[in-house]
Design a protein around this ligand. Sequence first.
Ligand code: AGP
Length: 373
Amino acid sequence: HNADKGEFKHYMLKEIYEQPDAVARTIEMALDNNETSKLRDDFLQRYETQLAGIRHVQILACGTSYHSGLVAKYWFESLIRVPCSVEVASEFRYRNPVVVDNCLVICISQSGETADTLSALRDIQKQTPAGLVSLALCNVPTSSLVRETDIFLPTLAGPEIGVASTKAFTTQLAALMLLVLKVGVIQQRVTGERLTTLIGELQQLPGQLYASLNLDAPIKTMSEHFEDKKSCLFLGRGLQFPIALEGALKLKEISYIHAEGYAAGELKHGPLALVDKDMPIVVLAPKDSMFDKLKANMQEVHARHGELFVFASEASQMVAEDRLHVVYVPEVCEVLAPIVYSVPVQLLSYHVAVMRGTDVDQPRNLAKSVTVE
Ligand code: AGP
């Protein structure tokens, strides 16, 4: 593989940098550059009747793909009012779950070969609930998952070699937003100006991702504070909570530092007890509807001598001070912010791992695709 890395030291870094193009390709499946008021006619056209009938969404996935499902749940419910459940496939398959009628089952998987995700799908298919529609959101068109589902929605990320998933994740998010809009349009749950605004914002996304790569240098500097740390918290609220979980997973798997992602509102229900001067706390803090509440959570941590590393928008007017480090992320609308805020957490875990000398692309004990139970 060596030659394919080009100017990059690792596949992971190359794949982080490929995200603006990968996301641009993915959104082009549904968006035409010259058209801002509607989706392309041919996007999922063959499945319109099936998608018109669904009343509930069940998302199944593992690891990073599960985190993109968590973001999609917020989108399905808040933007188009379609109830959505998300669960890790490794639990769902063993608990004899209820699958309601007229359910869209979305299996999210980079590889399409994850054993737990495939088994969970097969179990649902055996139950044969009425009006079941299955969809694979997958990066590998020839995979088992794609063969065994009704609908294939591709992520056009290109091959992902690094074990730590990066561009597969952000393209999953982009494709999930397209799917939410498609279902919303078919069922007349999103129309007119609201639709035009969301399409316009999606078209800006590749540019915003490109701009976020400029954070590489400041985040590398920031990462020096993590080199000798034992444990770390990632905090977010609302749409940024799944990104906090994803940030913690990335840091764990490639740097081997223990990390936990938490919904910041849950701090006082337990993890606040962990906070002391040796505990770095990474916060995803765009200036959104949850910002004021998040700010109060940051003050709670700061008062207990925790060291804060905040990814914020300039509009938040957060300024660095003692034990408070701030990196500004490019402006992005609230709905799509989780996609852009994925980049700084990827870069942070990458630089911490490089500094600690781990095998970034092939972390110990892990496989790219988990084809066993
Ligand atoms: C991500 O960085 C991990 N390596 C892992 O959690 C991965 O996302 C998970 O195993 C699911 O893989 P899949 O998307 O190929 O199903």
